[in-house]
Every structure is written in C-alpha cells, then in structure tokens.
Write a protein that binds this ligand. Structure first.
Ligand code: PMP
Length: 395
C-alpha cells in the first residue's frame, strides 16, 4: 500500500523549528515560529485562561458530545466580539472550528460546493496554508498583488486593479487584520474602497481573522471585517482564538457565514454542519468553553483585555526598538517600516541567501521569505540583532 506514496513536504516552518531546537549556539535568536512570546521567550498560559480553566474544572459535569455546531455560547460571544451587531444576527450562522484553520477548512469546503472549480483569490504573499486549504476544497488558487517589496507597504493600486476586475463567481480571501506574513495592512480608508469594490463586482469575501486585538486594539482591528460584511449581501469569517487567547493547542475557532437572509443562512449552516459531520464529526470544546467563560464574566473579560493589551504593546515596543536601533546604526530610514507594520509579523524583504547566512553565521532564525516574528526579538539584545541584520544586508 504505502509503496505508492511519495514523501510529502512538511511546512517549512516545522523544519525551521527543528533546526532551531537542534542548534547548540547559546546566542541563537528565534524570529521564526508564529507564536507570541513573553520577555522570557515563553508562550504563556494567560492568567485569565488559567482562572477560566479552574472554573471549568469545578463546574463541568459531563464530557458528552456537544453537537455538530459546537459550543453555541462561544460562537455567540465571538460573533459579538467580532461584529458588534454590524449585521443582523438573523442572517448569521456559526459553527465551531478546530482553531482558525478548522474554521477555514469548513468555510472553504462549503465554498467549493457552491462554486466547484471556482477561483479563490489570495493575497500575494499569504499564509502558506491558504493554498492547500483552497485546493483541498476543489477551488483554484489565484493571487492578487498585495505587498510592494520596495516600500514594504501594501501595493494598493495594484491590488485594486485585480479586485475591481473580479466577478460575482469569484472569492477573495482577505486578512482581517495583522497580515501574515507581511505585517503591512490596509488603512480604514482603503478598507472602505475594498468594501465598495466587492459590493460593485459581487465577488465573495472570505475573511481570515486570526489576530484580532494583536494590531491596534479589538475595535480598531475589527474595522475592515465589519465594513466589508456590512457592505455586501453574503460573506464568511474564520475566527481564531489561538493567538489572542493564547490557546494554540486547544484548537478554538469559529466559522461564521453571513447570508442574504435567515433562509439562506439556514442552508449554509446545514452545509457547514454536513462538512463537520463527515470530517471530524465534533469540534474540541475545552478552548471554546474557556473563551466563553472569559467573555461572559466581566472581571475575567477585563483581565483578558488587559493581558491582550500587554501582548500588543510589547510587540509594538519591540518594533520601535528594533527600527530605532537600525536607524541609529545605519543613518537610514530603510527599516522604519518595521515600526509601521502591525501584528506579529514583518516581512523584511531580504533575499533567501541573506536569510540563510543569518541562520548559519549568526544563529538568527527567520522564515525563508524573511518573515520575522516580532515577539521573538530579544528586548535586551536589540542592538546586537540590529548589528547582525545590518551586517548581513551589507555582506
Ligand atoms: N490564518 C492565519 C493567517 C494564520 O497566521 C493562522 C495561524 N498561524 C491561522 C489562520 C490559523 O491558526 P490556528 O488554526 O492555529 O487557529
């Protein structure tokens, strides 16, 4: 049986993680893996999460199946957090996903049923997992320009040239905030233009919202999502609680479908449930229940929002520190974009060869495309990192 199989390629990030783990050099710096890290380099369990888990432990009476749609109260709380009533609830249906990826899987599968062989437009570049998710759903990946490697900003004109030419049969995947891998994001005014374009062309928006609250704040980061879904008749959102609640391995996410009306919403809901039943049957509930407890309890919610703010502000501070250190050393504003980007990542725009040299000679690890995780910047060694980056760029 297995002789017919070829070895599949692993996501390059897992290869890099293994290389980093095996590197004996004490001074090594991990800017690769996409998880938040605190000043000690640890991805912590949030205090609000620990308290909610304690509550759960004390009050949970059964582990029986929850049902195919998952934890409805969790979905309702996430819907409110994300949309705050931007669309009438009668048009929305939610199911839980196995993290944000699971939510994307459910949504893309349903879209593949609606438009078999249809075009799904991804940003260039995008999170690599968007490609197999698209192909596995019987959709064909296409790209719209997004990042200008010269300015390290969004190439908005080029992006709109493609979006404006789409049709009502096309699907567009948009990063709701904190773009991965670039860190370059749309302004509110640009979101308004995107929403207008989608309304005009009829192209269908699928919004990947994996970092709500990691950019400028919960409300600020939701602007684009709310604008788009309130401008068009139909849309979908894949929400991940992995980053903002630090629940990575617990796999908490919500797939939301917004239809023209309640009847349409029922149809799409039945399709989402059908996908879940035939793939994973039920979604994990521990993380979902933890998030529900936090969001429904005013004290825990306030504590979580404070913890989220602390993570966000730390990443902003690290961005500013690194950009400042490079500017001081180089007398140029070439890396100021690091401070202007938002979210957990920045795409430095370095050639792969430079990225390789930083790894082998300086033990500085980042993804091949030169994406760095800003949460991995060691705050007490920013100057050293700036020296290494500049030396590598100049070599
Ligand atoms: N979308 C994007 C853009 C991401 O970066 C991630 C996490 N790396 C996800 C979705 C999904 O995350 P998870 O499945 O861990 O919730």
């Amino acid at each position: 049986m297995f002789e017919t199989l070829k070895k599949a390629t692993l996501d390059k990030i897992f290869v890099l993680m293994a290389e980093y783990a095996a590197d004996p050099r004490k001074e090594k710096i991990d800017l690769g893996v996409g998880v938040y890290k605190d000043p000690k380099g640890i991805t912590p369990v949030l205090s609000s999460v620990r308290k909610a888990e304690q509550k759960l432990l004390e009050t949970e009476t059964t582990k029986t199946y929850k049902g195919v749609v998952g934890n409805k109260e969790f979905s309702a709380a996430i819907l409110e957090l994300t949309l705050a009533g931007a669309v009438d609830a009668s048009r929305v249906r939610c199911v839980n996903g196995n993290g944000g990826t699971g939510a994307l899987m459910i949504l893309t599968q349903v879209l593949g049923r609606a438009r078999p062989g249809g075009r799904l437009f991804l940003s260039d570049p995008t999170w690599p997992n968007h490609l197999p998710l698209t192909e596995n759903a019987n959709l064909v990946p296409h790209f719209y320009p997004y990042f200008d490697p010269e300015t390290r900003k969004v190439d908005f004109d080029a992006m709109m040239q493609v979006l404006d030419g789409l049709t009502g049969d096309d699907i567009v995947l948009l990063h709701g905030c904190c773009h991965n891998p670039t860190g370059a994001n749309l302004t509110n005014e640009q979101w308004d233009v995107v929403a207008e374009s989608l309304k005009r062309t009829g192209a269908f928006p699928l919004i990947d919202l994996a970092y709500l609250g990691f950019g400028d704040g919960l409300e600020e980061d939701a602007y684009g999502t709310r604008k788009v879904v309130s401008s068009v008749p139909e849309s979908m959102i894949a929400f991940s609680a992995s980053k903002n609640f630090g629940l990575y391995r617990e796999r908490a996410g919500v797939a939301m479908a917004i239809a023209k009306d309640s009847e349409g919403a029922e149809v799409v809901s039945s399709q989402m449930q059908n996908v879940i039943r035939a793939t994973i049957s039920q979604t994990p509930d521990h993380g979902a229940e933890v998030v529900r407890i936090i969001l429904e309890d005013p004290e825990l919610r306030a504590e979580w929002e404070a913890e989220l703010k602390e993570m966000r502000e730390r990443m902003k501070r690290l961005r500013t520190k690194l950009a400042d250190a490079i500017r001081e050393r180089s007398n140029s504003a070439d890396f100021d974009f690091i401070a202007e980007h938002s979210g957990m990542f920045s795409l430095l725009g370095l050639p792969e060869e430079t990225v390789g040299r930083l790894k082998t000679e300086d033990a500085v690890y980042m993804i091949n495309d030169s994406r760095i995780n800003v949460a991995g910047i060691p705050e007490d060694r920013v100057g050293e990192l700036a020296d290494k980056l500049l030396a590598a760029v100049r070599a």
